[in-house]
Design a protein around this ligand. Sequence first.
Ligand SMILES: NC(=O)c1ccc[n+]([C@@H]2O[C@H](COP(=O)([O-])OP(=O)(O)OC[C@H]3O[C@@H](n4cnc5c(N)ncnc54)[C@H](O)[C@@H]3O)[C@@H](O)[C@H]2O)c1
Ligand SMILES: [Zn+2]
Ligand SMILES: [Zn+2]
Length: 382
Amino acid sequence: MTGITTSGTTTIRGAVLETIGAARPFAGSAPLRVQDLTLAAPGPGEVRIRIEAAGVCHSDLSVVDGNRVRPVPMLLGHEAAGIVEELGEGVDDLQPGQRVVMVFLPRCGECAECATDGRLPCAAGSASNNAGELLGGGRRLSRGTTADGEPVHHHLGVSGFATGAVVDRRSVVPVASDVPPAIAAVLGCAVLTGGGAVLNAARPGPHDDIVVVGLGGVGMAALMVARAVTSGRVTGVDQEPGKLSLARELGADAALTPEQAVENGLSATFVIEAAGHPVAFETAVGLTGPGGTTVTVGLPAPDAVSRISPLGLTAQARSIVGSYLGSAVPSRDIPRFVDLWRAGKLPLERLVTRHIGLEEINEAMDELAAGRAVRQVIDFGS
Ligand SMILES: NC(=O)c1ccc[n+]([C@@H]2O[C@H](COP(=O)([O-])OP(=O)(O)OC[C@H]3O[C@@H](n4cnc5c(N)ncnc54)[C@H](O)[C@@H]3O)[C@@H](O)[C@H]2O)c1
Ligand SMILES: [Zn+2]
Ligand SMILES: [Zn+2]
């Protein structure tokens, strides 16, 4: 479906979010409309990608339901992978035909935040993401099949719910061709975020106990990485029975509802919160043992507030750490996760619980909102 025109632009099909806060079910209100769009040719430092697979993350749903306020119209999707098709001026470290993972926060490599080894999000990347633009400034997307259509915003520098994308070079990390497209896609958000929260923010020792609260794509990836790196007890917590059985199949020593976790006196040195709900955050803090650390990854509504006891933190020397993008340096960390997957220690195939077509995107948002999906992946074909 991707055709290059004589003017250097490309026509693609993509799912554009037209309105924020549409009524559920989204299958009926259809806030995302699949349509033809035009991609400008990649500018200096940019690349054009043919997208092969894109995962549906709760952070996409949060734009649809208004919890993360973004400008519309916006071509959604921030967890994707594909093949490099065209290089903009000055990009000399990628080859056409190479598979890349797309990453939802480009690092400029020059700001003070970029010097924190992944701990802080890049200031320039955050600003361009908030504006719905690419890191180099402006938009390369417009409606229709001519370049003079209404401009459309980029989502987190990726806009992966489409057959093609133009992105900044710093929004992609190359991977070897043995990494299948769906696996490459989930590496970009679920695995980098959940796995990075474990490796970079928690930093457990080889025998530490780890609890993960919230077992969607991000939390389930955190649980897999936890299982791969500790011989201590790994426990998953979620209220959905299907998520608990998958966690057990993936090697969790226990999988409990939040109520069971409290009744059983569950406690661990490291607790990862990946639910995005203030009650889940309270649960996670409550399950963190003396001297332990709660790592919070979820992105609840901006006005969400939690109640926690300051005394419990002081008296037990506990810490709370926030982690965006897995506190990761993507070019360093994605190869680490690929190595663990190749070694058979990260069964990332199990994260993908449903393969869908682009036209099913509104239904996919309903599945995610209902808590039924771990990761749904849109297949575009290789
Ligand atoms: N920090 C980052 O860089 C980053 C990146 C990606 C996603 N996120 C955020 O991480 C969160 C998880 O994303 P996801 O795509 O895995 O979402 P998801 O909807 O697939 O999974 C969330 C899970 O949390 C469970 N849950 C909800 N409330 C709970 C509670 N009170 N106790 C226990 N479990 C509870 C749900 O049943 C579900 O299984 C979202 O808030 C998302 O926006 C953050
Ligand atoms: Zn995401
Ligand atoms: Zn930066």
